[in-house]
Design a protein around this ligand. Structure first.
Ligand code: DAH
Length: 367
């Protein structure tokens, strides 16, 4: 049977042609690529693989450097040369990936084969970082309150106008709104200006009597300085029961402050106006940064406003669905950021959320 086959002379001619068409640089590229791939295959660690990778296809790697030669070639060869170098880079990268996979697998196999390796052990953090001073003090406060029977709640930072203003007896026309301008969302929601949003929320959530605290971040449209930030932290407290008086409020605030400071701190009480409490008070503590003579934190007065408080306004109880003839309450809004500044003698509130590691590293380590 006559089986067709290429004429031997034609096949020979093809090969010869190809050899002739293959310019000198092709052999050089192939040579370099082969050497480089050999050194990649010979890498025994991920680090040495990386070194081999850099010396092959890094910015000044052997294969990368080849590209520079393109300018010295005749125009007709440049396209083929570029394609050849690209192909070489592709070959090298395939070799790197393959070697990387096998080295990684070898590491995993070694660990699994080692009886002393316990994969159920929690990972060892390399650098645990430090706790933020706000976290430290907030956790401490939460412990104090939880030990006194308070629920610790986390309410939304984006809230409705109702929980932030109306429900707290601050209708749209009220001048108190000007003092607490904030960031508004297009859909009418806002970034809460205070943790007092939790008052009506807690009334909707718990059956009285109850006591709860709600720490968190609050926002104001504010010009910033050493004692004002557009974002800061508060802890709100609320107690609702059948018979609540100013005496209960004061005693609770004193217990609270001595637990926080671990010693007696000088306090003073002034009447204060807040639409959601009646009567309302400003509880100030002596400035713990300067100790009295006056500094930037206490605005040179020696006193720091720390704890506005009062008896819950009947309209707020109503907004929370409670009958003011049956239920009463007290509330406070502790300036957590201020408290942190007092505790650690921090003279500028902007340090708290400024993100400067040199500041943050001074606090308790996470591990
Ligand atoms: N929400 C008020 C503010 O941020 C602080 C405040 C005042 C909270 C009196 C209260 C309170 O619970 O009774 O300025």
């Amino acid at each position: 049977m006559d089986i067709p086959h290429p004429a031997p002379h034609l096949a020979a001619l093809d090969e010869e042609d190809m050899q002739q068409a293959s310019p000198a640089w092709q052999a050089e590229i192939d040579g370099i690529t082969t050497t480089v791939c050999a050194s990649i295959d010979a890498a025994t660690t991920l680090a040495s693989l990386r070194t081999a990778e850099i010396s092959a296809v890094g910015r000044k790697g052997q294969v990368t450097e080849l590209r520079k030669r393109i300018g010295s070639l005749p125009k007709t060869e440049r396209r083929a040369f570029g394609q050849a170098v690209n192909a070489a880079v592709g070959r090298v990268k395939t070799a790197i990936n393959a070697r990387h996979e096998s080295l990684k697998q070898a590491l995993i196999d070694a660990e699994l084969g080692d009886d002393s390796f316990d994969e159920t052990m929690p990972a060892q953090p390399v650098n645990g970082g430090t706790y933020h001073p706000l976290t430290l003090v907030q956790r401490e406060l939460e412990d104090v309150f939880a030990s006194m029977g308070y629920h610790v709640m986390d309410f939304p930072e984006v809230d409705s106008e109702f929980y932030n203003f109306e429900g707290l007896n601050i209708p749209g026309w009220h001048p108190a709104r000007d003092m607490q301008d904030t960031f508004w969302l297009d859909d009418g929601h806002l970034l809460r200006t205070h943790t007092s949003t939790g008052q009506v929320r807690a009334m909707h959530l718990f059956k009285p009597p109850f006591r709860a605290v709600f720490p968190g971040k609050v926002y104001r449209y504010e010009a910033t300085d050493a004692s004002h930030e557009h974002t800061f932290h508060q802890v709100e407290g609320l107690m609702v029961a059948k018979h609540v008086s100013v005496a209960h409020l004061l005693d609770s605030m004193r217990t609270l402050l001595s637990a926080i400071f671990g010693r007696d701190v000088q306090v003073r009480l002034r009447p204060g106006y807040f639409p959601f409490v009646e009567p309302g008070f400003e509880l100030d503590i002596s400035c713990q940064v300067c100790g009295g003579p006056g500094c930037a934190v206490c605005k040179k007065s020696g006193w720091v406003e720390l704890l506005p408080c009062g008896l819950v306004h009947p309209n707020v109880l109503r907004a929370g669905g409670l009958d003011p003839d049956e239920w009463q309450g007290w509330a406070f809004g502790l300036g957590l950021s201020r408290l942190v500044m007092m505790r650690y003698a921090i003279s500028d509130i902007r340090l708290l959320l400024g993100g400067d590691v040199r500041f943050l590293e001074q606090f308790e380590r996470g591990v």
